[in-house]
Design a binder for this molecule. Structure first.
Ligand SMILES: [Zn+2]
Length: 511
């Protein structure tokens, strides 16, 4: 009996030592740049780190019951852990399905130094330590009653990983569980890519002959009533408000309050009567391409299963920051989309459709504006909502709005001498303390009212004065967010029989 307890105790200490090593060198880098305030914030962050380590303990425990399994597992675990934590610490980069896709297809379009001397040193040291651990496991540890250990560790690991949805989501964002999570997300996305959607207008055939540039900007969590263009008391649109031919639509209604559900409804002709079209039909991108448009998707967000097939409808797809996820707490800016749009614009195609998917006003707000746009202060200094005051949260949020104003103005500069039209539509709004709620994906009224801004170039205005007049006449009318499908086609004069003019903001009177 004594020897059983002794063997259990030595295994426990061994797993604990391995977990501590992993906890400090492979897991801690995911928490070092998390903003928090005071001892309470420090404690909450430490608690989250502890949870990740706690779950990792049972993973290592599971694999160390059998010495041969451990000999394969632990060096591999250390190799992945050292590489991923190095990039997380040195480059603020995390594993994402996009990064996996880019690496597997050998088109890693990032500025990261893929291999550097400190990385190689860190990986070698980690591997040496793992080999030492394997040697120790072989020579010093005898595990009695392995079946009990095996079943106990597997059961406890399953309980920890599935007990609570929020806890699971948090665990899956950091090493080691992020490896499993991102590969399974990647697999899901690949599967979705090959699910065929129906062409909403198989008979459509046309050519494009007036060199039009149609720019669709999908915003993120920008609510209409925080634009000074719509009468907000703070000057959040200092640049756009000075431009001519800017039309803000304050009365757009989005039924969905999260990105994944909203995008399929914005991009297809789904409506409240036929909502299933969002998951059965192709988007307007395919209809543009059938008419000779060169379509590109330039993204500052991760693709999700619900809309990755639309991305695949494009001729070109560029990811601006494949190494970021919403669990990153460092600068992640939309202006990085502009050089990519510029690059595509250089290609000699007469008609272009650009779809830009922005990070906009996504939480954590401070990451999504650069220092010159810290206009309203004080801003938040913690990612823990309960540590932020209402004033700080709204200041941080409003700074993202000023930044979006700058971003859209810079994008317009790129197209102002062309025959061009830009439609900006946020995927949903944001809740800012109404009834004590924050962020989005809930059902507060404010998250159903996304911002929408349209801009037309002088050339577009000269060519299509009726369309521009219609924008002026329609600007205060109520539209559901599925107006985008019909309005994009109408703006480009695409003669599709599925385009409903009544739902186009470029058409007046609406009949
Ligand atoms: Zn969203």
């Amino acid at each position: 009996m004594k020897s059983v307890i002794k063997s259990f105790f030595s295994l426990f200490l061994f797993v604990l030592a391995c977990t501590l090593w992993a906890g400090i060198f492979f897991i801690l880098p995911y928490f070092l740049d998390n903003p928090f305030n005071g001892w309470q914030g420090w404690f909450i962050t430490l608690f989250h780190w502890g949870l990740e380590c706690f779950a990792t303990f049972f993973l290592i425990y599971f694999f160390s019951v059998n010495k041969y399994v451990f000999a394969v597992f632990f060096p591999l675990f250390s190799l992945l852990g050292s590489v991923l934590s190095f990039y997380r610490y040195a480059y603020k980069a995390v594993l994402t399905p996009m990064l996996i896709d880019a690496s597997l297809h050998n088109d890693l379009r990032t500025t990261l130094d893929v291999v550097s001397i400190p990385l190689v040193v860190f990986v070698i040291v980690s591997l040496l330590i793992s080999i030492f651990a394997v040697k120790y496991r072989f020579e010093k540890l005898k595990v009695s009653k392995p079946l009990i250990h095996f079943v106990a560790s597997a059961l406890l690991l399953c309980v920890i990983l599935t007990a609570n949805g929020r806890l699971t989501a948090s665990l899956m964002q950091r090493f080691p569980f992020n490896v499993y999570y991102n590969f399974s997300e990647y697999k899901k996305l690949r599967k979705t890519l090959f699910t065929e959607r129906i062409d909403p207008d198989p008979t459509l055939k046309s050519t494009c002959n007036d060199s039009l540039k149609v720019v669709i900007v999908i915003g993120e969590a920008l609510r209409a009533d925080h634009l000074s263009l719509n009468g907000y008391h703070r000057l959040t649109n200092p640049r756009l408000s000075k431009r001519k031919s800017i039309f803000s639509f304050p009365a757009i209604y989005s039924e969905f309050t999260n990105t994944n559900m909203s995008l399929p409804h914005i991009l297809t002709r789904a409506d409240s009567i036929y909502p299933e079209r969002a998951f059965q039909e192709k988007s307007f991108i395919s209809l543009f391409r059938k008419c000779g448009y060169y379509a590109s998707w330039i993204s500052n967000q991760d693709p999700a299963e619900t809309y990755v097939s639309f991305i695949n409808e494009c001729d070109t797809v560029l990811y601006c920051h494949p190494e970021k996820s919403v669990y990153n707490y460092n600068e992640w800016l939309d202006e990085d989309l502009i050089p990519l749009a510029k690059e595509i614009k250089k290609k000699d195609s007469p008609c272009n459709l650009f779809v830009l998917h922005t990070i906009g006003s996504h939480w954590y707000y401070n990451n999504h504006f650069s220092p010159p746009f810290k206009v309203f202060t004080p801003v938040t200094s913690s990612r823990i909502l309960s540590q932020c005051s209402k004033e700080e949260l709204i200041n941080s949020y409003d700074n993202t709005v000023v930044y979006t104003d700058f971003f859209l103005d810079s994008l317009i500069q790129l197209f102002e001498n062309e025959n061009a039209v830009m439609i900006y539509l946020s995927d949903h709004g944001e809740t800012l303390g109404e009834n004590g709620a924050w962020l989005h994906a809930g059902d507060s009224e404010a998250s159903h009212h996304p911002a929408c801004i349209v801009w037309c170039s002088d050339k577009f205005e000269q060519k299509y004065p009726d369309k521009v007049k219609a924008l002026e006449m329609n600007r205060n009318r109520y539209f559901r967010s599925n107006f985008l499908f019909h309005s994009a086609l109408n703006a480009a004069n695409i003669p599709s029989k599925v385009m409903d003019k009544k739902l186009s903001i470029f058409n007046f009177p609406l009949q």
